[in-house]
Design a protein around this ligand. Sequence first.
Ligand code: 9D3
Length: 419
Amino acid sequence: MGVVRFSVVTAFPEYFHAFLNTSIVGKAIKEGKIEVEIVNLRDFAQNSYGQIDDYSYGGGGMVIMPEPLYKALESIKSDKAYVVYPSPQGVILTQDVVEALAAKDHVILICGHYEGIDERFVEKCVDLEISIGDYVLTGGELPAMVIIDAVSRLIPGVVGKKEAVLEDSFYKGMLDYPHYTRPAEWNGIQVPEELTSGDHERTARWRMRQAALRTLSRRPDLLPRAGIRPYLSRGIYVMLVHHPVLNKNDEVVTSAVTGLDLHDISRSCMTYGVDKFLVITPLKSQRDMIHKITAHWERASKEGLNPMRSEALNLVKTFNSIEFAIMWIKRREKEKPFIVATTAKKRKGAIPWLELKRTILEQDAPLCLVFGTSWGLADEIFNQVDAVLDPILGGYGEYNHLSVRSAVAVALDRFFGSR
Ligand code: 9D3
């Protein structure tokens, strides 16, 4: 995050006086964390009348002329400035755009007024047009301040540590929970009991729940990109089934456990916040082999070798049937988990990924995602689960043969990854 410098070209410098001397932005400037220079467009006027605008060709209002803008821009000393023009025709300002700007060394903001600025200047000098939303303002000054404000708070040390932590990827893409301060009762309205109880865990759970419910009801559009794992209070389980599964002739068989699946899926589970990786095989010899592998890495970790690998493999738990695994989850969670089967084939009644993501967040129930090895889960499984997911489609051609560990990674990213 390298921005230290903003230059603003404007015909109304007074707009910025209070902004640059107030609150967090004012303090950041005083402390030298950012630098904001205001360039008065009138100083680069065409004539002694201070003319900077003229009638629009083809009729309409006034348009800022290209030459004063160009002279103003030339007056700003910089080798690698990024030129932004706040305009109703721009890309909508989102946090992604703010983050991109925060990576620049020098951002120049060109404030339009009246009907706008001459398009030839835009063509020749502007790197990006940015709109701050679909409503009509009188000029680009307020948008310029919005951009400076949003970018500044990303610069280390500009906002306090507490707030900065809130900005962590942890909270990314979801709405905030409601806030309260004293008095505990105001106008007959009580502060929610969860916040005054002094029980930190209960407070945290309540806040995450509020954030989830608000996001679902007010901004469901945020859901596809939101990382929801921190908002779920119950366990998430990935189940890898080696029996009953199909072979290539659609016969029910028992498949072999592979070391690759064990290592790779447990690492994916660890990465996305899965609580346990349940490996199902009715063969005792196979379960023994799994224990041998996990014990090996456990020992390696105790000897100071690859502790991360053993941490991930700690998630592995073996069962000789799906039923036993579900019983174990039920006992651990004191509740029946929501069981979801995955499949590479189209099945009627299957639900889209986003719908399941919404359901998981809404219900906050324990979740068990079931993956079949070999040619997929046997038919009998699909009648016993709460939902079946649409297959993962690459969006290209008919070929649809992901390895099960790739499918697990894609599935976990769709539900719990934040983008
Ligand atoms: C008559 C057509 N209008 C375009 C929608 C003309 C017009 C309206 C408002 C031309 C310029 C402006 C001034 N607005 C900005 O400079 C502006 C703006 C905005 O109005 N809304 C959201 N974001 C921005 S960024 C700059």
